[in-house]
Design a protein around this ligand. Structure first.
Ligand code: GSH
Length: 214
């Protein structure tokens, strides 16, 4: 099976990278340089008109949206137990990933690029502040969910990778998450996993390659 992940450094494509690695899947990565707007190149738009990563190709069949991609990986490699076995917990895991993707991610995007949601001159700080408040509320919820737990369920599952990305991005935007101790512990736990170490090394190599080619 030929599995290809279209990915860009620091993006949410990190989640399927980590999940594929946790699954022990053999896959190749096609890095896109967002600084060069490669996600908008005609050849890529043919694959994904939404001009976004992640995009998964499996023997040429394409799948977009991280929740669907994460679910495909879990379904394809059941022995990796990337979703909980209990049917309700499995749905709760999908619910968590949907929350990461549609409840948290959009506010991270606003912090990254305020003009995408408001064109009013001088509004950037206000957009960022409102997004930070929404993120705060969401991290408080995640902090409660992680109380007394190592992961969202009794072992690593796909939502852990997804939430790790959300938290990493928030930290890159210098949001103050210090009071969310359970989230911070989850972050450290994730960073100690070989899959995340591999991702971080890979990201570094891709960024170095982009810098060389600039
Ligand atoms: N709902 C999508 C969101 C994907 C998304 O927004 N990806 C961003 C990176 S984190 C992207 O590719 N942005 C490039 C662009 O919008 O041009 C998912 O969860 O897969």
């Amino acid at each position: 099976m030929d599995i290809v992940l279209y990915y860009a450094p620091t993006t949410c494509a990190l989640a399927p990278y980590v999940t594929l690695t946790e699954a022990g899947a053999k896959f190749t990565v096609k890095p896109l340089n967002f600084r060069k707007e490669e996600q908008r190149a005609p050849a890529y738009l043919k694959l994904n008109p939404k001009h976004k990563v992640p995009l998964l190709s499996v023997d040429g069949t394409l799948l977009t949206e991280s929740v669907a991609i994460q679910s495909w990986i879990a379904r394809q490699i059941p022995q990796a137990k990337l979703l909980p076995a209990d049917p309700w917990d499995e749905l709760r895991a999908i619910s968590l990933m949907s929350w990461c993707s549609s409840g948290i991610h959009p506010f991270l995007s606003r912090i990254n690029s305020p003009p995408k949601v408001c064109q009013t001159p001088g509004s950037a700080d206000s957009v960022r502040q409102l997004a930070a408040e929404q993120l705060d509320e969401n991290f408080a919820i995640a902090n409660d969910l992680l109380a007394g737990r190592e992961f969202f369920f009794d072992h690593f599952t796909a939502p852990d990778a997804h939430f790790y990305w959300c938290q990493r991005r928030a930290r890159q935007f210098e949001l103050d998450l210090a009071r969310y101790r359970n989230c911070l512990a989850h972050f450290d736990r994730m960073e100690s996993r070989p899959s995340v170490q591999k991702l971080l090394a890979f990201e570094k190599s891709v960024l170095a390659e982009f810098a060389r080619a600039a």
